[in-house]
Each structure stands twice: as structure tokens, then as C-alpha cells.
Design a protein around this ligand. Structure first.
Ligand SMILES: Cc1ncc(COP(=O)(O)O)c(C=O)c1O
Length: 388
């Protein structure tokens, strides 16, 4: 029996593989601290859970319109308009089971053989996977430590060609915690204004920004060709609910709706109604979560900078630290493996996010302060033994 030839082009997310390996070690009685997986360790706020449960009890258990329930499309349009200083028409908002859906099908809808798509590297692995699957050429835009885990407008300009069909941006970013500020976005917008290409801006960490104010490329006059993507997984601790939304250019509403009909039919209506409660309800649980992430970020980054051979730039957003480990003398993949096997700390190698992540590892601080401290102690033991 054979698989389709192009199946080989499909990438994966290493976080799930490392999680499985860590679970296997735990099953053997080993203690593992999980800093590999990118999801908040908080519970979904109770009023959101209640809204979802109520919707199920009230019979919202059937198919619904593929583009999303009008209530959620309106709430999402209002949220995007307010937070991105834009006017977003609810008719432009599409809803899907997770922000990830838009990454994959957003690329498939516009790019194919002969096209090029520029994407951040290191970056969320699904970008490269989707581009490769589409048949287009994946053109990495290096995200560098020197630019505070961003890039320069010139870096982008020199990668744009007449074949560039789409540019993917991510701010705040996975895996680096870097963020694009307003000045850089203004420069990028000026460059992109002269190019006939789509933009996909992945802003699922927009509310997890600890320094400065979130800025979207879409706010710089480019909404008409931008897929402006946001979701519920990170902000509202709703990873398992599977819910995301995007404001999409008018020309992509029908094609993306068709992809929805062909793939998932629609997003579970009760889940969508929970999303309405999340967007329109109290924000105090989110504020408390953000305050806790700020505390953890400081403890983790300070602790990492004390480890032999490790230096860590302060991440501006998301919940990841991306320390440079080149001075340990161990390559990032071996180090990540040894950290799990010898120190019981599950982390990811920077190259799990693309070739430009070499020399780094990624740690998620979506874990308790107590566990972060314990992980630092364990990593310190390993690195000190290596240093002698
Ligand atoms: C940058 C980025 N975009 C999208 C996603 C996927 O989000 P969702 O759970 O809404 O599909 C993730 C999840 O880790 C992410 O890090």
C-alpha cells in the first residue's frame, strides 16, 4: 500500500513528538517538567465554560453556517476593529476550528507551483509545512537575535520577487517571543504597498504582549489584502476547544468558505457561542493570567542567564523564552534531548522551528513558578557537569 507522493512534503509540530516521548518517560516512573508544549496551564474562564455548556443544553448541537455564527462574526469584527484601530465588517470575518486552519488553508488558497511565500524562520512550523504542501517555494525570512527577534525592512525587501504570492508575519512570535512594533510595520507596509501579494498576519498572541502596544500590519492600510488572524487558544486558555477567526480580504471569503465546506463543514456552534462569551465577557481572568506570565518570564529569563553557556534575550510577548545555547558547546538538538533524558526537562530545539533557529532552544513558561524553578535547578546541574 502506498501513500500519495507529495505526503512527504507535509511537515509536523515537534512539540507533539517531544510530548509523547516525555509521557513515555513518565510512564516509566520518571519525573518530567513540561516546558515543550505551547498552551496556557490555566483553565478556560468559568463564564466561557458555562456559555458553551448552556449552548449544548439549549440544543446548539447541529450543523451551522460554514463561515461561522453571525453572533461570533459580529463579536470578532468588533474586537478586531477596536484592538487594531480598524473598521472590520462582520461579513469579512470567518470562523474555523482553530487559528491553525487559516494558516494551512490560507496558504493553499493563494499559493501553488511557481509561487513563492515568505515566512518567518524560526517560526511556527505549520507555515513551512503548508507552503511546502502547496507546491510553492518557501522563502525563509530570518528572525534574528540582533534585531531583538525581529527583522529589518531591508531583510524583507530583498526577498520579495514578482513571484511572491504571500508574506506571512507573526507578532508576538512563536518561538522567540519577539514582536513587530509600529515603526517597523509602517516600513514593511510601505514596501508591501508596491507588491502585488497577499499578507497573512498571525496575531494569536496579540493579548500576550508585556512591553509596548500590539501593532498589526493590517492597521497600516493593508486590510484589503491581509488575512488578519486571531484565536482563542492562547488568550482565553481554550486550546482544546478548537476555535479561531480571521478578517479576510473580500476576494478570499468565498474560496476560504469553500475550503471550510470541504474540510470541516463548520465549527461546532456551542464552541462558537463560548467564544462570544469570551470576547464580550469579563477580562479579569485574562488580566490575572497575563500578570502571572510577566512574573514567570522574569524568573525564567533571569535563571537562564545564570546558566553556564546560556544567554537569553527578554522576550516581549507570547509565553516562550528562546535562549542562545551555542556557548554550551552542545548543539541545540543534542542539548534538548539531554535535557529531557538527563535533567527531566522537556524543551524543544530551535531548529524544530526552522534552520534559522540553530543555536537556540525554546522553553514555554506556561508552567508554574515552582516548576520553572525546579527546571532551572535541573538544567543547571546538567550544564555545570558539562562545563567541567
Ligand atoms: C504562532 C501560532 N499560530 C497559530 C497557532 C495555532 O493556534 P490554534 O490553537 O488556534 O489553532 C499556534 C499554536 O501554537 C501558534 O503558536
Amino acid at each position: 500500500m502506498r501513500l500519495a507522493g507529495h505526503y512527504e512534503r507535509l511537515g509536523t509540530e515537534r512539540a507533539f513528538e517531544v510530548l509523547a516521548r516525555a509521557k513515555a518517560l513518565e510512564a516509566q516512573g520518571r519525573n518530567v517538567i513540561h516546558l515543550e508544549i505551547g498552551e496556557p496551564d490555566f483553565d478556560t474562564p468559568p463564564h466561557v465554560v458555562e456559555a458553551g455548556a448552556r449552548a449544548l443544553r439549549e440544543g446548539h448541537t447541529h450543523y451551522c453556517p460554514a463561515p461561522g455564527l453571525p453572533e461570533l462574526r459580529e463579536a470578532a469584527a468588533e474586537h478586531l476593529s477596536r484592538t487594531r484601530r480598524l473598521t472590520v465588517d462582520p461579513a469579512r470575518v470567518l470562523v474555523a476550528p482553530g487559528a491553525k486552519w487559516f494558516l494551512f488553508f490560507g496558504v493553499l488558497a493563494v499559493a501553488g507551483e511557481g509561487d513563492e511565500v515568505i515566512y518567518p524562520n524560526p517560526g511556527y512550523p505549520i507555515y513551512e509545512s503548508a507552503i511546502n504542501w502547496s507546491g510553492a517555494t518557501a522563502v525563509p525570512l530570518p528572525i534574528t537575535e540582533e534585531t531583538g527577534f525581529a527583522f529589518t525592512a531591508a531583510d524583507l525587501a530583498e526577498r520579495l520577487t514578482p513571484r511572491t504570492r504571500m508574506v506571512i508575519l507573526n507578532s508576538p512570535a512563536n518561538p522567540t517571543g519577539g514582536a513587530l512594533d509600529r515603526e517597523l510595520n509602517a516600513e514593511i507596509a510601505e514596501i508591501l504597498a508596491g507588491h502585488d501579494c497577499w499578507i497573512l498576519t498571525d496575531e494569536v498572541y496579540s493579548e500576550l504582549l508585556y512591553e509596548g502596544v500590539h501593532d498589526s500590519i493590517a492597521s497600516h492600510g493593508l486590510l484589503d489584502r491581509t488575512i488578519l488572524l486571531d484565536g482563542f487558544s492562547k488568550t482565553y486558555a481554550m486550546t482544546g476547544w478548537r476555535l479561531g477567526y480571521a478578517a479576510v480580504p473580500p476576494d478570499l471569503i468565498e474560496p476560504l468558505s469553500r475550503f471550510l465546506i470541504n474540510s470541516v463543514a463548520c465549527t461546532a456552534p456551542a464552541v462558537q457561542l463560548a467564544g462570544v462569551a469570551a470576547l464580550t465577557g469579563p477580562h479579569d481572568a485574562i488580566d490575572a493570567m497575563v500578570a502571572e506570565f510577566v512574573r514567570r518570564r522574569q524568573v525564567l529569563v533571569d535563571g537562564l542567564n545564570r546558566l553556564p553557556g546560556v544567554s537569553c534575550v527578554m522576550p516581549r510577548g507570547a509565553f516562550y523564552a528562546f535562549p542562545n545555547v551555542t556557548a554550551t558547546g552542545i548543539d541545540e538538538r543534542t542539548l534538548a534531548t539531554r535535557m529531557l533524558d538527563e535533567a527531566g526537562v522537556a524543551v524543544l530545539a530551535g531548529t524544530d522551528f526552522g534552520a534559522h533557529g540553530a543555536g537556540h532552544i525554546r522553553l514555554s513558561y506556561a508552567n508554574s513558578l515552582e516548576n520553572l524553578q525546579e527546571a532551572l535547578d535541573q538544567m543547571s546541574g546538567l550544564l555545570e557537569a558539562v562545563a567541567v
